[in-house]
Design a protein around this ligand. Structure first.
Ligand code: NAI
Length: 302
């Protein structure tokens, strides 16, 4: 069973995408607001009836219903309002996520936890520490979404099909995000041989800023994060071993220990099966290290 805690905009959308991808026969939506997860589940099931998909989505306000879950997505908590950074959410969301993870320990102690609540990297650290689970079983979704945005900008800049674009974004899911043109290709052709360095720098800037733009225009980001969650869950349940940027707990990788931050990792049935270490150049390493410092600073205060 896949459990999604937080049946708001992103949680509801993630349940829908997980069902459409037929990732499990049962998906549970949990929320503290009475009626919300139940209504969301009904709405999705009505859609699935037309699609002819037999996944059952269930809504509940009772944490004990997650008993036996294989994967628990934590997307409970407040989102950014226009003008806020993700870090502005830390105080309110840290307490919510600690409480939720205590419930996961109680009712789904063998599960894998995917934190999504922002600020993603500090929240993943809190979830990991609170859970006491092995590090391969707690990893956050943020980089996968940043990557889908970067791919869209590459698509717009080159005109080539989205499907042919392989790219990478790592580092903090926040102000120090690190889109990597040097590690991006279109059907194997290096991106930097297709566009100028100036254009690539522009795509990097756009990728970092675009979530704030969506929030300014429609109040929240919903479909891209919902889908990214389902893509990560798919790599686990189908044991696809895709290389996906996830917020993972580092123990020496990239020269850091005791911190969670976005790194490319092989995601399969065991969760984070391997962290892939790239040879970052000076500027890339500097941006990555800035992200690490920002996450360390944030978690030191909670
Ligand atoms: P939302 O406000 O629509 O939904 C949040 C839900 O969490 C609400 O329904 C609320 O009742 C529920 N909730 C609060 N405390 C809870 C608890 N203790 N147990 C169960 N449910 C609880 O917010 P939205 O837009 O769905 O965003 C949720 C979070 O995801 C935010 O922190 C947002 O910043 C983050 N986010 C992260 C992304 C990422 O890439 N990592 C992308 C988009 C959003």
């Amino acid at each position: 069973m896949i459990t999604i805690i937080g049946a708001g905009k992103v949680g509801g959308d993630a349940a829908m995408f997980c069902a459409l991808r037929r990732l499990d026969s049962e998906i549970l939506l949990l929320d503290i607001v009475e009626g919300l997860p139940q209504g969301e589940a009904m709405d999705i099931n009505h859609m699935l009836a037309e699609q002819g998909i037999d996944t059952e989505v269930r809504g509940s306000n009772d944490y004990s219903d997650m008993e036996g879950s294989d994967i628990v997505v934590v997307v409970a908590g407040a989102g950014r309002k226009p003008g806020m950074t993700r870090m502005d959410l830390l105080k309110i969301n840290a307490g919510i996520v600690k409480g939720v993870v205590e419930k996961v320990k109680e009712h789904a102690k063998d599960s894998m936890i995917i934190p999504v609540t922002n600020p993603l990297d500090p929240i993943t650290y809190i979830a990991y520490k609170t859970s006491g689970f092995e590090k391969n079983r707690v990893f956050g979704m943020g980089g996968m979404l940043d990557l889908s945005r970067f791919r869209q900008f590459i698509h717009e800049a080159t005109g080539y099909s989205r499907d042919s674009i392989r790219a990478l974004v790592m580092g903090e899911h926040g102000e120090n995000m690190l889109p990597l043109p040097r590690f991006s290709t279109v059907s194997g052709i290096p991106l930097l041989s297709l566009i100028s360095a100036e254009k690539a720098a522009e795509l990097v800037r756009d990728t970092k800023k675009v979530a704030a733009k969506v929030i300014e225009l429609k109040g929240a980001t919903v479909h891209a994060p919902g889908n990214s969650i389902s893509a990560m869950v798919e790599s686990i349940v189908r044991d696809k071993k895709q290389v996906i940027p996830v917020s993972a707990y580092l123990e020496g990788e990239y020269g850091h220990s005791g911190v969670t931050i976005g790194v490319p990792a092989v995601i399969g049935r065991k969760g984070v099966e391997k962290i892939v270490e790239l040879d970052l150049d000076g500027a890339e390493k500097e941006a990555f290290d800035k992200g690490v410092a920002s996450v360390r600073d944030a978690v030191s205060g909670v």
